[in-house]
Structures are given as C-alpha cells and as structure tokens.
Design a protein around this ligand. Structure first.
Ligand code: BT5
Length: 257
C-alpha cells in the first residue's frame, strides 16, 4: 500500500520554538529506546519513525505497525518539576492525543481514554493508540503509537485494535502530529506552572465510575469501581467498600450484562 511519508519540513515549520529537535527516521528499533540511549538529547526532542522493528509497549509487550501506517514517535523531556509530579505526564499526553484526534476536521471521532492512557475508539472501545512513558536520570521519554491508515487485514492479529481508517476517518499524519504536539506543549506549560487541571483528564477518561478489573504487574487481578484519580494521577478503586490507590496496572472495562 502506498502511504505518504511524514513531512519533516512542515513539522519543523509548525513546531520549532516549542519543540527543540525534531527528527523523522525511516526505520529504527524503537523511538523510545533511541531517545533513552541518547544522553545528549536536548529537552523537548521529538523523534518519529516510519517503521519500528522492536516497538515497545508496557511490561515488555510490543507495538506492531506496518511502515507509514500510523504515528510512532517519542518526546524527551528534562523536567524541572519535582519527580513526584511526573506521574501526570503520560496522562496529559493522553489528553493531548484525545483532543487532537477529536479535532480532526469533520471526523466526529468518539474517542476517550482508558486509565491510565489507552485511547479507545467508539462504543466497542477498541484501542486506537497507546502511550509508553519511561524515565531515567532526570529525563522522561513518552512514546505514542497511533493507528492511522492501518487496515483491518493489517490488524487481524490484534482483535482489540482499530485505526482511524477503519472508522472511516481520513487523517494526515503530519497534521495530526502537529496537533498532538501543539496541545501537549500547552498542557506541559500548565503542568510546569503547577496549574494542571485534573478535570481535563477526568472529562477525557471513560474509566471513571465504571466497574473495572485491574491486573497488576504480578498478575493479581482486582475488581472494583473506579471512583476517581488522586493528585498523582493514581486510580482510586473501591473494592468491597475499601478504596485502594492503584499506581499502575492493566484496566479492563467490565460491560454491564
Ligand atoms: C502501549 O502498551 O499501548 C504503549 C504503546 C507505545 C508505542 C509507542 S510507538 C513509539 C514509541 N516507541 C516504542 O517503542 N513504543 C512507543 P501496552 O498498553 O502494553 O499495549 C501493548 C499491547 O497493545 C500489545 O500487547 C498488543 O496487544 C497491543 N498492540 C500492539 N500493537 C498495537 C497496535 N498497533 N494497535 C493497537 N494495539 C496494539
């Protein structure tokens, strides 16, 4: 399938000044791994790949996408905000992603976040995008994978995945990337000033109020009601009348029978 390459000149025109080093590479293992390995990468570096041979998900899972079918990129930040506030970064990235997808002209895309930051599409809640944040030595790298023109055949091995094209939404990857990074820049400015508004995340996240199961990295599964998020962006899960604070885990939205 013929797919347009990312337009680096348009990205740089629109984003320079806000984002310091913007690169597009045809092929790499993982844009997250690249930025983490680059000790000299400046604050607000952005690296896009047309293809990743070892795209990563959380917990050593993988992110699979054909060449040019989606957005695959990472941003590197060197925040001056205290480390204990960094938990908001992947959540804010999800908010930026959702706003940018919802704003695709005449798409009417029904998108919302599943805590912490999967972007789900439509009533079937299929996964359109995922986010992976990794930190090391005063740096944080946030990676985004978003399915754009990926076909149903290309996603056949991932029954819970979808793409904008499958939903009938035609989107230009370069313009979408500009929209995401412009929104993320604005949300980061608020975050750096201590003005993050948790309401914007609450409004974007459909996990709130739902019965969910949460599976921890140890495989233990909890079932409860997602009551709220705390100041650190952790999930407050009510299990048998007790509210537990969940810092990380895989959430499944339980559907009413
Ligand atoms: C994520 O992990 O969803 C984070 C994905 C982050 C990918 C970006 S791409 C640019 C940057 N560089 C990287 O190396 N990574 C980041 P998680 O929640 O663990 O979900 C992973 C699971 O999603 C996999 O185990 C599959 O089941 C599923 N999956 C894999 N590829 C997918 C795709 N294209 N669309 C939807 N689901 C997918």
């Amino acid at each position: 399938m013929q797919r347009d390459a990312m337009n680096i000149a348009a990205l740089q025109d629109a984003l320079s000044g806000r984002w310091n080093r913007i690169e597009v590479v045809p092929e790499t293992g993982s844009t997250n791994a690249d930025l983490l390995a680059d000790a000299n990468a400046p604050d607000r570096s952005v690296r896009f790949a047309e293809h990743q041979s070892a795209g990563r998900g959380r917990l050593d899972r993988s992110w699979e996408s054909p060449t040019g079918a989606g957005l695959m990129f990472s941003v590197l930040l060197r925040p001056t905000v205290p480390l204990n506030n960094w938990g908001w970064l992947p959540l804010l990235t999800g908010v930026a992603l959702r706003e940018a997808v919802a704003a695709i002209p005449s798409s009417g895309a029904d998108v919302h976040l599943k805590w912490p930051n999967d972007l789900l599409l439509g009533p079937e809640e299929k996964k359109l995008a995922g986010i992976l944040a990794q930190s090391a030595d005063g740096r944080v790298v946030i990676g985004i994978g978003l399915n754009v023109s990926t076909t149903a055949e290309e996603l056949a091995g991932l029954p819970d995945a979808t793409s904008l094209a499958i939903a009938g939404i035609d989107a230009d990857r370069t313009q979408l990337a500009i929209a995401i990074l412009t929104r993320l820049d604005a949300l980061l400015a608020q975050w750096e000033d201590g003005r993050t508004d948790p309401a914007s995340y609450r409004a974007a996240c459909s996990t709130l109020g739902r019965t969910v199961t949460v599976t921890g990295a140890d495989g233990v599964e909890l079932r409860g009601v997602a009551k709220d998020f705390d100041v650190d962006g952790h999930l407050l899960l009510e299990v048998d009348g007790t509210v537990l604070t969940i810092a990380a885990g895989d959430v499944r939205h339980v559907r009413p029978i």
